[in-house]
Write a new protein. Structure first.
Length: 441
């Protein structure tokens, strides 16, 4: 009996990719804490190695617990196949390196997580892969920076600190006209946005954040949309269209055709994962699955709480400005409404009237919010970027990345809204001497 195809995220999160274990009846996904798998016979082993049949060989390449997570995130994003990795950083690295060789380039939005920025500006550069950064305010900037050696475009759906939603549909459509795939980091908007539906070719997540949701496990997943014709632009994608000397001359767009449009993700697994390592551990896949099962429910509460907090702080006398898509106007609001169908997310920026000094005091006065360099936990989190994540940048660089001296990044959790607002209010009072509780609710 084939598994039903669900489209609702609440059901996908609980059921996609797994039905009770055929040998034990286990309903929860078992943790297959094993390095290797016994072959049925020599023919079976040869078929697995020759990719005539997909199956378990060795846990660096695939593992049954990790496989369920891959299938479930893939179903959630509406893709054809996925690959889980040891971190979100590994997922970004693999997503780009799967298409690039030394001498190639990619075009990326400037609005990026700092770790991705470093990877692109320094590490990929040292490997001979140039990253051309463009302002996403004008989608045409991507086309202008593209040449024959451009292998992909890269952006985040909901990048912090500015929280300007990326124009996925516009940029993806421009890329498809000239045969360039768009890779989206959808870490901050799972469930809220499905980049593949808007024309992106590949989606990645740091599962460390909302998908895992409980701050227990670092991880990443890349999902292949199966919606990009790599063969039609064969010259642009040599890694998928030229014989691969490290795999008996396999041409990936041809070799796995009978298995579906999965050339991109298969090549990532059998070449990059084989050669560079960085698999997700089975235990982390299990813990991430526990998070994923309640993700749609948590996203609802994350978003509802964030909306209330944004409205409350927007009227607070100690707050200069609140940065949240719900409060934006003009083109940024139009983009947020077009891309985020189920809520504006739970990241928020606030600028305090007292600048850096007030920002530091506010963080120190928080009693329930955790002061951590993380986002997307079920608990509410806060950080003062000017003195932490962005402290290596000059004030000018901080300003251009959207970080002012009094900027605080909040990741609103799923606690009771009254407790979230009470903690923010008492910390604002302690930091700025403004005790007034605005009458937002
Ligand atoms: N992408 C985004 C948007 C992130 O916020 C992060 C981490 O903060 C990453 C990627 C990297 O993920 P990881 O920390 O799991 O390597």
């Amino acid at each position: 009996m084939s598994a039903p195809t669900w489209t609702n995220p609440e059901t996908i999160a609980l059921h996609a990719g797994w039905r009770a274990d055929p040998s034990t009846g286990s309903v929860a996904v078992p943790i297959h804490q094993t390095t290797s798998f016994q072959f049925q016979d020599t023919g079976h082993a040869a078929r697995l190695f020759g990719l005539a049949e997909l199956g378990n060989i060795y846990s660096r390449i695939m593992n049954p617990t990790v496989d369920v997570l891959e299938k479930r995130v893939t179903a959630m994003e509406g893709g054809v196949a996925g690959l889980a990795l040891g971190s979100g950083q590994a997922a970004t690295s693999f997503a780009v390196m799967n298409l690039c060789e030394a001498g190639d380039n990619i075009v990326s939005s400037t609005d990026l997580y700092g770790g991705t920025w470093n990877l692109f500006a320094n590490t990929l550069k040292s490997l001979g892969i140039e990253v051309r950064f463009v302002d996403p305010a004008d989608p045409e900037n991507f086309v202008k920076a593209t040449d024959d050696r451009t292998r992909c475009w890269y952006a985040e759906t909901l990048p912090n600190p500015k929280l300007n939603v990326f124009p996925i549909a516009e940029v993806a459509a421009l890329g498809r006209k000239i045969g360039v795939p768009l890779i989206m980091d959808n870490t901050a908007a799972p469930v809220l946005c499905k980049p593949l539906q808007h024309g992106a070719a590949i989606v990645m997540h740091s599962t460390t954040k909302w998908i895992g949701g409980h701050g227990t496990s670092i991880g990443g997943v890349v999902v292949d949309g199966g919606n990009f014709d790599w063969e039609a632009h064969a010259d642009r994608f040599p890694t998928l269209n030229k014989p691969d000397a490290s795999y008996h001359g396999a041409v990936w767009t041809q070799a796995v055709k009978p298995l579906g449009p999965i050339a991109y993700i298969i090549r990532m697994r059998v070449i990059l994962l084989r050669d560079l390592g960085a698999p997700m551990a089975p235990m982390n896949a299990f813990l991430t699955l526990q998070g994923l099962e309640t993700l749609p429910l948590r996203m609802e509460r994350h978003c509802a709480n964030a909306l209330r907090v944004a409205a409350h702080l927007a009227q607070h006398p100690a707050v200069e400005k609140v940065i949240h898509p719900s409060l934006m106007t003009g083109e940024p609001k139009r983009r947020a409404d077009a891309m985020l169908k189920a809520g504006y997310g739970s990241l928020m920026g606030i600028e305090l009237k007292g600048g850096k000094d007030a920002g530091q005091k506010f963080i120190e006065a928080l009693k329930m919010f955790y002061h951590v360099a993380n986002i997307g936990d079920a608990r509410s989190l806060a950080i003062h970027p000017a003195t932490t994540t962005h402290s290596q940048l000059s004030e000018g660089e901080q300003a251009s990345s959207g970080v002012t001296p009094g900027y605080i990044r909040l990741s609103i959790g799923i606690e009771h809204i009254d407790d979230i607002i009470a903690d923010l209010d008492q910390a604002l009072a302690a930091a700025t001497g403004t005790g007034l509780r605005a009458a937002a609710e």
